[in-house]
Write a protein that binds this ligand. Structure first.
Ligand SMILES: Nc1ncnc2c1ncn2[C@@H]1O[C@H](COP(=O)(O)OP(=O)(O)OP(=O)(O)O)[C@@H](O)[C@H]1O
Length: 240
């Protein structure tokens, strides 16, 4: 019998170092992001999770090493909810429609196809009935769905989510986790930064960072139970 094949990586990260204006935050990270799976980035505050998302999104350029995107799709970055003001005078539909700007340019008239894509994203996230509501009127879970819908409306196959469940009550958190599983079933690759070990345990793969270095990698929760001694190498984060 053939041995089981490892999942195809959507992203291969090799010897990656990156940071901000001369300050290196990520050091020599080697890891795979498996395709059509949820990968969780965990680690303490300041360990480099958001920075790694920024590199995967192409916003932060590596100072050394390589990030190879396999398969030719595009990436959509969904920021932390707290990074977006409650007071923005935007409706749910307008917020999701901003996902089309990457193709169309800001404030350009959207085509019929763009509108159809926005409608499909609203339906996919179960928020079509909220389309005309202001962002400020929404619950935390509804706002989070709106921002994920904005990512889905970009027609990206790689969704990069920064703390999608932080600040949500257990019910809303469970429903976002279920949603991520559904997006993967549709063929998306999801990477979420999370402090929540329960959320991380629900995914197929996990990379844990400490001080910008890969500290543990593999299938959660087993990979998260392992703690490497400080400074000890963990091998690499390749999927096998
Ligand atoms: N725009 C920036 N300019 C300079 N330094 C930054 C910037 N953003 C983050 N850093 C620094 O990079 C390091 C890693 O931050 P990052 O936000 O990637 O960590 P994190 O693991 O996502 O943290 P948290 O869990 O608190 O969100 C921190 O020391 C932080 O101060």
């Amino acid at each position: 019998m053939m041995p089981p094949q490892p999942p195809t990586p959507r992203v291969r990260i090799s010897g990656l170092s990156a940071g901000y204006s001369g300050r290196t935050v990520l050091h020599q990270v080697t890891a795979d992001i498996p395709g059509a799976a949820v990968t969780s980035l965990t680690g303490p505050n300041g360990s480099g999770k958001s920075t790694l998302l920024g590199v995967l999104a192409g916003v932060i350029k590596p100072t050394s090493g390589e990030v190879e995107h396999c398969g030719g799709g595009t990436a959509a970055f969904v920021p932390q909810r707290s990074a977006v003001s409650d007071a923005l005078p935007l409706t749910v539909r307008q917020t999701v429609a901003m996902g089309r700007w990457a193709d169309r340019g800001p404030w350009r008239r959207l085509t019929a196809r763009d509108h159809a894509t926005v409608d499909a994203a609203l339906r996919r996230l179960g928020i079509a009935h909220l389309a005309d509501r202001q962002l400020g009127e929404l619950s935390g879970g509804q706002r989070q769905r709106t921002f994920i819908a904005q990512g889905v409306a970009q027609d990206a196959d790689l969704l990069l989510l920064d703390e999608p469940c932080t600040g949500l009550d257990p019910e809303a958190r469970a429903s976002i986790e279920e949603l991520l599983v559904q997006l993967v079933a549709d063929g998306a690759t999801v990477v979420q930064a999370t402090h929540d070990l329960e959320s991380a345990g629900a995914g197929e793969h996990c990379l844990r960072l400490r001080d910008g270095r890969l500290d543990a990698a593999g299938h959660p929760p087993a990979a998260l139970a392992h703690t490497a001694p400080a400074g000890a190498p963990v091998g690499d984060g390749r999927v096998r």
